[in-house]
Design a protein around this ligand. Structure first.
Ligand code: DGL
Length: 254
């Protein structure tokens, strides 16, 4: 089998990486994707860094059995905790991570007030704090931890009254205050409608999905590994139940 036909593996702690898969599919409709969510162990965001690293490495090991040509870590939390270990374990393999889209937010509002909503792990890890130090400059950047949102998305409640209530308790202190909100967890773009209901239509919302998709295509093109089609998506999930697979498919089509 020609290596170009191999899958692009897309990994997340659960269904959140589907927000990145949407962008990957839009940019590369002819590719074959293998989406793996570790929903049985989600959320990752409140675990220790060592736990997130071990869970990510174990999931990726399973994904590799399907024959991959590239791996996208479509999870900010797993990227923060495990990207270095993955690159050490699979040297030379194309591995693309995601990070909160802070740079584009600061480029757009160099002296503005920018919120970064992400998991505890992402906000405390060195990777994000290095990014913050690099982008900080004159903008005011506020870290906004957001417990509870991932669980709602994982149970099919991304666009529910419960989500609006949870978002209100997190975001009301920032209503009318922020120029932009960076969605620094891949689950959050799946709740875009509810976020807009709480923060209104004017605020600029940014996430790293599109940039990650562009970087993946660039790396594949450079390695002459793009595929001419037909495209395909294979769904795998550690939770191994039909509902989660149905939820994955519904979220992709949304
Ligand atoms: N989707 C993941 C991220 O981008 C985290 C979700 C979780 O806490 O498991 O950070």
């Amino acid at each position: 089998m020609n290596r170009n036909e191999n899958y692009i593996g897309v990994f997340d702690s659960g269904v959140g990486g589907i927000s990145v898969l949407r962008q990957l599919k839009k940019l590369m409709p002819n590719e074959r994707f293998l989406y793996y969510g570790d929903s049985a162990n989600a959320p990752y965001g409140c675990r220790s860094t060592a736990e997130v690293q071990a869970l990510t490495l174990a999931s990726v090991e399973k994904m590799m059995e399907y024959g991959l040509k590239a791996l996208v870590i479509a999870c900010n939390t797993a990227t923060s905790a495990a990207i270095r270990a993955l690159r050490e374990k699979y040297p030379g393999f194309i591995i693309v991570g995601i990070e909160p889209a802070l740079k584009p937010a600061v480029d757009q509002f160099p002296t503005g007030k920018i919120g970064v909503m992400a998991t505890d792990v992402t906000l405390r890890e060195a990777k994000f704090n290095t990014l913050l130090a690099r982008c900080g400059a004159a903008a005011e950047i506020v870290k906004i931890p957001a417990p509870g949102l991932v669980e709602l998305v994982e149970t099919g409640k991304a666009d529910s009254e419960e989500m609006v209530t949870a978002l209100q308790s997190i975001l009301v202190p920032y209503q009318g205050e922020l120029d932009a909100l960076v969605l620094g967890c891949t689950h959050y773009p799946l709740a875009l409608g509810a976020i807009r209901r709480v923060l209104g239509p004017r605020i600029v919302l940014l996430d790293g999905g599109e940039g990650t998709a562009r970087e993946t295509r660039r790396r594949l093109a450079e390695a002459e590994l793009l595929f001419a089609g037909p495209g395909e998506i294979i769904w795998k999930n550690s939770a191994e139940n039909e509902e989660i697979l149905q939820l994955c498919k519904a979220l992709l089509e949304q």
